[in-house]
Design a protein around this ligand. Structure first.
Ligand SMILES: *Cc1c(COP(=O)(O)O)cnc(C)c1O
Length: 449
């Protein structure tokens, strides 16, 4: 087939072993509608991962389509370097209104990775330029197992060995703290007797190193790419308290958790936390166009003000920063959150999903199920009692998600974890479709071992 041949001849797919790709038939998606994707032969698939965690109100949402068409009749792109335009202005104001209190300034970029790069550079530069400078504060603390994107700065604050170790010689040095992950506690402790020792380890490192720390970066509430690691209640609040106590900035990377994913507009709201820098991307445009933003406080913004000759400018900006089409569709996306009462809907369907996931807990292979809103990880294990992981080369997650395709459901694994990240607009009937397929497929795969 022509497209398949051309794909295999020229395309290099992300996060993909291309040797394996060459040996399999690619699934070519031609169009989509609501929560479904359709391939070239017209076969229908439930989009169980929101086209990589981005779709909010569904594919081909009329209001979102219209917002782009409307903007297209005005201008597709004009720069924010030295000029400005209505959609970027309106969206910045709207984001400030929605964000946790104190975040009053919006800096646009194009992807989650760049939103993180911007936060890192802002935090670094802030400490040098504020009226009472602290130029020794140059280092960053991140969680082990963290994922904040694939550009070199974002990889520096990453901790996933498989993705990041190879690049270590290219990266800046960081300090790390144990990830809060109760199913596989890195400190070998148990809740609640542990007293959240993982957070106290952050306190210990801050007590020794706060003078040289610019910021702590976390993914609040749920670490996505790490394998959907759900944090214990109170963890984000404790991190905020420690950052405040030790005069260190807190960067919350809500690229995955933002825009309703956990049932809150932003996950840190669940713990009443406002960070100093907030990174958003994925759900911002409803899954339509690449757009990201880094929000920050008046205090950080003020440290960049001065005469041109003082060189306090934030010398950063991507060519398509604040693209008008992307900003226009983001505004329409946020309008729909209100009109459709999307957060209420997410909480309702997430409760239904929780009930259905209970049925999966007793299936063979299922070790743990971690859910926050419409963000779920189902961890497959070789031995449930001992929580023994499958060796990576058994590709257990892949086997399950690949079989799901035969039943019309698209999912993607993270190692041994099957990820569910459906569009926020998913219905209870579609949740049932998803759960029913997993209930069939997981025992099938277990049988085949
Ligand atoms: C996806 C993701 C990123 C990277 O975003 P890209 O748009 O892929 O660059 C960063 N942080 C988190 C938490 C993510 O889930």
């Amino acid at each position: 087939m022509r497209l398949e041949a051309l794909d295999k001849a020229h395309l290099w797919h992300p996060f993909t072993q291309m040797q394996g790709w060459q040996a399999t038939r690619p699934l070519i998606i031609e169009r989509a509608e609501g929560c479904y994707l359709y391939d070239l032969e017209g076969r229908r698939y439930l989009d169980g991962v929101s086209s990589l965690w981005v779709t909010t109100h569904g594919h081909r949402t009329p209001e979102l389509d219209a917002a782009i068409r409307h903007q297209l009749d005005k201008v597709a792109h004009t720069t924010l370097l030295g000029l400005t335009h209505p959609p970027a202005i309106e969206l910045a104001a709207r984001l400030v209104q929605l964000a946790p209190s104190g975040l009053t300034r919006v800096f646009y970029s194009d992807s989650g990775s760049t939103a993180v790069e911007v936060a890192i550079k802002m935090a670094f530069q802030y400490w040098r330029q504020r009226s009472d400078p602290r130029p020794r504060k140059t280092k960053f603390i991140h969680l082990r197992e963290s994922y904040h994107g694939d550009t070199v700065g974002a990889v520096s604050v990453g901790g996933i060995a498989l993705f990041h170790d190879l690049y270590r010689p290219l990266l800046f040095e960081t300090l790390t703290v144990p990830e809060p992950h109760c199913y596989r506690c890195p400190l070998k402790l148990e809740r609640p007797g542990c007293g959240m020792a993982c957070a106290e380890e952050l306190g210990r490192i801050l007590s020794e190193h706060a003078d040289e720390i610019a910021a702590v970066i976390i993914e609040p509430v749920m670490m996505g790419a790490a394998g959907m690691l759900a944090q214990p209640d109170g963890y984000v609040r404790r991190v905020r308290e420690l950052c405040t106590a030790y005069d260190v900035l807190l960067i919350c990377d809500e690229v995955a958790t933002g825009f309703g994913r956990t049932g809150w507009m932003f996950a840190c709201e669940a713990e009443g936390v406002a960070p100093d820098l907030l990174c958003v991307a994925k759900g911002l445009t409803g899954g339509y166009l690449p757009l990201a933003a880094t929000l920050t406080t008046e205090a950080i913004y003020a440290a960049f003000l001065g005469e041109a000759g003082e060189f306090k400018t934030f010398f950063h900006g991507h060519t398509y920063t604040g693209n008008p089409l992307a900003c226009a569709v983001a505004l329409a996306n946020l309008d729909l959150f209100e009109q459709n009462r999307t957060l209420d809907h997410v909480r309702t369907v997430a409760n239904h999903l929780a009930l259905r996931l209970e049925e999966l807990r007793t299936l063979p292979l299922v070790g743990d199920i971690r859910q926050r809103g419409l963000m779920v990880g189902i961890e497959l294990v070789a031995d449930r009692a001992a929580r023994t992981p499958f060796p990576p080369d058994q590709l257990m997650g892949y086997r399950v998600t690949n079989r799901c395709r035969d039943y019309g459901v698209i999912l993607r694994p993270l190692g041994n974890v099957v990820v569910l990240m459906p569009p926020l607009a998913i219905s209870t009937a579609q949740i049932d479709e998803l759960a029913d397929v997993l209930k069939t497929v997981i025992p099938e795969v277990a049988q085949s071992l």
